[in-house]
Write a protein that binds this ligand. Structure first.
Ligand SMILES: [Cu+2]
Length: 459
C-alpha cells in the first residue's frame, strides 16, 4: 500500500512534538488529508501514552500532536470524492479528504483538543456521540453552542473519561449532513488492564451508513427517509469493502456503529461471537451470551468478539438481503415464472437493448453483464473461486489463515480447503418424489375459500 497522506513535519504518522517550534504550537495543527479508500495499517502511537491501535476498514486513524500534555487533532469538514467500489465515485461530504472521517484514537484520561474547520457551503457542528464531557462541548448547534459558519474553526476540549467505542457526527442540518456521509469513529482505549476489556490480536472498526444515489449520478439525495439504495460499511459497498484478514486462533474484536436510518442485523459465518461492549461501555462477563447475529439499532455501537479458530473464507454481512444489493436491484417488477421469451423479442424490436430479466429468480442478474449507466454499480456482483457471489452492499469476508503473520493485514487470497471438505454434486438422478402422486390424484373440484384480512390486523 502506498500512502499518499500529506504529512507535514511528521514522523511515524504523528507530529513529533519535539520538532515543532514554539510559534507553531500556538497555531492550528496542520490538517492531515487522506485521498485513498484502502484500509490503512494500524497507527502505532509514537507520542502520548501507549495503546493497541485499531484497524479502520477502508479507513485510517487521524495523526495528532502533543501540545503541553494535550492531544491535539484537526478535523476539516469538506466536500469529498469517495470511491464506493471500483467503478463508482460518490460526491459526499466528509472530513480530511474522505467519508467517513478518520478514526480518532485516544487513551482513557487523555486531555483532548479537537480543532474543527468548516469548509462546507453551510454551517455545521460536531457532536461527540456517547462521551462524558462538559455540556458546552457536546456540539448541538443552537442548544450548546452557536453553529460553525463556513470558513470558521471551533475548538472542542475535554477529557476522554471512559474507555469504549464512540462516534462523531454533526448536530446541525443533520438530515442533510449525515445523508452526505459526515461521520467518523472514536476509540478510547483503557488506560490500564480493565476487568471487562480483553486484549485482542486484531481490532477492526467500521460505521454503517446509507446513501440514496440515483443510478447514473454521484450525489446522494438528502431528503430520503427510508428508501436508500446503497448500504455501506465505511462508505464502501461489496465488492469494494476490504476483507478482514486474521490469523487462526487470533482473538478478534469488531466495533460497529450505526448512523443509517434503520437497524442492521450483522451476521457472521463459521463462529459464534459475544457482544462485549455497547454505547454504554464494556459489558461484564456474567452478562454476555453467544450470538451469530446481532441487531445494531440506529445510533448504536456494538463490539463483537470471537476467537478465529476455524480456517476459511467466512462471510460477514447484514442479514437484510436488500442491504446486500446495490442500487439497480430496487423497485424491480416481479418476473419470477413469467415466460418473457417471445415478449422480450417483440419489445426489443421497439426498444433496442431491452433484455428480459428475473424469469427464474434474480441470480442470473449477478452474472449478466447488463449495460449500466455511467458511475453505477451492478445490483449484485463479485466473483469468488466458485463463481458469482451475487452480492452488493453490506458484505465482506473474514479470512482466517493458519499462516497469516501477526500484524499482517494483507489479503491472503482465496481459501484452499482440505480435500473432501467441499460440498459436491450428487452423481445420480434423485429418486422420484412421493408428493407428485398425491398432486396427480387431487380432486379438481375442490373449493378454495379466500378469506380477506380484516381491519385491525396490521403487520
Ligand atoms: Cu442492513
Amino acid at each position: 500500500m502506498t500512502s499518499r497522506r500529506h504529512f507535514l513535519g511528521m514522523a511515524g504518522g504523528a507530529i513529533a512534538a519535539a520538532t515543532v517550534s514554539r510559534p507553531a504550537l500556538a497555531a492550528l495543527p496542520e490538517p492531515v488529508i487522506e485521498t485513498s479508500a484502502s484500509t490503512r495499517p494500524p497507527l502505532h502511537p509514537s507520542t502520548g501514552r501507549p495503546y493497541n491501535p485499531v484497524v479502520t476498514l477502508n479507513g485510517w486513524t487521524l495523526p495528532w500532536r502533543m501540545n503541553k500534555g494535550v492531544k491535539e487533532f484537526h478535523l476539516v469538514a469538506e466536500p469529498v470524492n469517495r470511491e464506493l467500489a471500483p467503478g463508482m465515485i460518490a460526491h459526499l461530504w466528509g472530513y480530511n479528504g474522505q467519508s467517513p472521517g478518520p478514526t480518532i484514537e485516544v487513551v482513557e484520561g487523555d486531555q483532548v483538543r479537537i480543532f474543527v474547520t468548516n469548509r462546507l457551503p453551510e454551517r455545521t457542528s460536531m457532536h461527540w456521540h456517547g462521551q462524558r464531557l462538559p455540556n458546552g462541548m457536546d456540539g448541538v448547534s443552537g442548544l450548546t453552542q452557536p453553529a460553525i459558519q463556513p470558513g470558521k474553526t471551533f475548538v472542542y476540549e475535554f477529557v476522554a473519561k471512559r474507555p469504549g467505542t464512540f462516534m462523531y457526527h454533526p448536530h446541525a442540518d443533520e438530515m442533510t449532513q449525515m445523508a452526505m456521509g459526515m461521520m467518523g469513529m472514536w476509540i478510547t482505549h483503557p488506560a490500564k488492564a480493565h476487568p471487562h476489556i480483553s486484549t485482542v490480536d486484531r481490532d477492526f472498526c467500521f460505521l454503517l451508513s446509507a446513501y440514496d444515489i440515483e443510478p447514473g449520478s454521484a450525489l446522494p439525495k438528502p431528503s430520503t427517509m427510508t428508501d436508500f439504495n446503497l448500504w455501506t460499511w465505511n462508505s464502501r459497498v461489496f465488492p469494494g469493502i476490504d476483507t478482514l484478514n486474521v490469523r487462526q486462533h487470533d482473538k478478534v474484536r469488531i466495533r460497529v456503529g450505526n448512523l443509517t436510518m434503520t437497524n442492521h442485523p450483522i451476521h457472521m459465518h463459521g463462529h459464534e461471537f459475544t457482544i462485549t461492549g455497547t454505547d454504554g461501555g464494556p459489558i461484564p462477563h456474567s452478562a454476555r451470551w453467544p450470538e451469530v447475529t446481532t441487531d445494531i439499532a440506529v445510533g448504536q455501537m456494538r463490539q463483537l468478539e470471537f476467537v478465529a479458530d476455524e480456517p476459511g473464507d467466512w462471510a460477514i454481512h447484514c442479514h437484510k438481503s436488500h442491504h446486500t444489493m446495490n442500487a439497480m436491484g430496487h423497485g424491480l417488477p416481479n418476473m419470477i415464472g413469467v415466460e418473457q421469451g417471445e415478449l422480450a423479442e417483440r419489445i426489443s424490436n421497439l426498444i433496442p437493448g431491452y433484455m428480459k430479466m428475473g424469469e427464474s429468480g434474480m441470480a442470473e442478474m449477478g452474472e449478466m453483464k447488463m449495460p449500466l449507466p455511467a458511475n453505477t454499480l451492478p445490483m449484485m456482483t463479485g466473483d469468488g473461486p466458485y463463481g458469482s457471489l451475487e452480492m452488493g452492499g453490506m458484505f465482506s469476508v473474514i479470512k482466517v489463515r493458519r499462516d497469516q503473520k501477526p500484524g499482517d493485514y494483507s489479503d491472503p487470497g482465496w481459501y484452499t480447503p482440505r480435500k473432501g471438505t467441499v460440498a459436491y454434486e450428487y452423481g445420480a438422478a434423485p429418486p422420484e418424489a412421493h408428493r407428485a402422486e398425491h398432486a396427480a390424484h387431487r380432486d379438481a373440484s375442490v373449493e378454495v375459500t379466500v378469506k380477506k384480512p380484516e381491519a385491525g390486523h396490521g403487520h
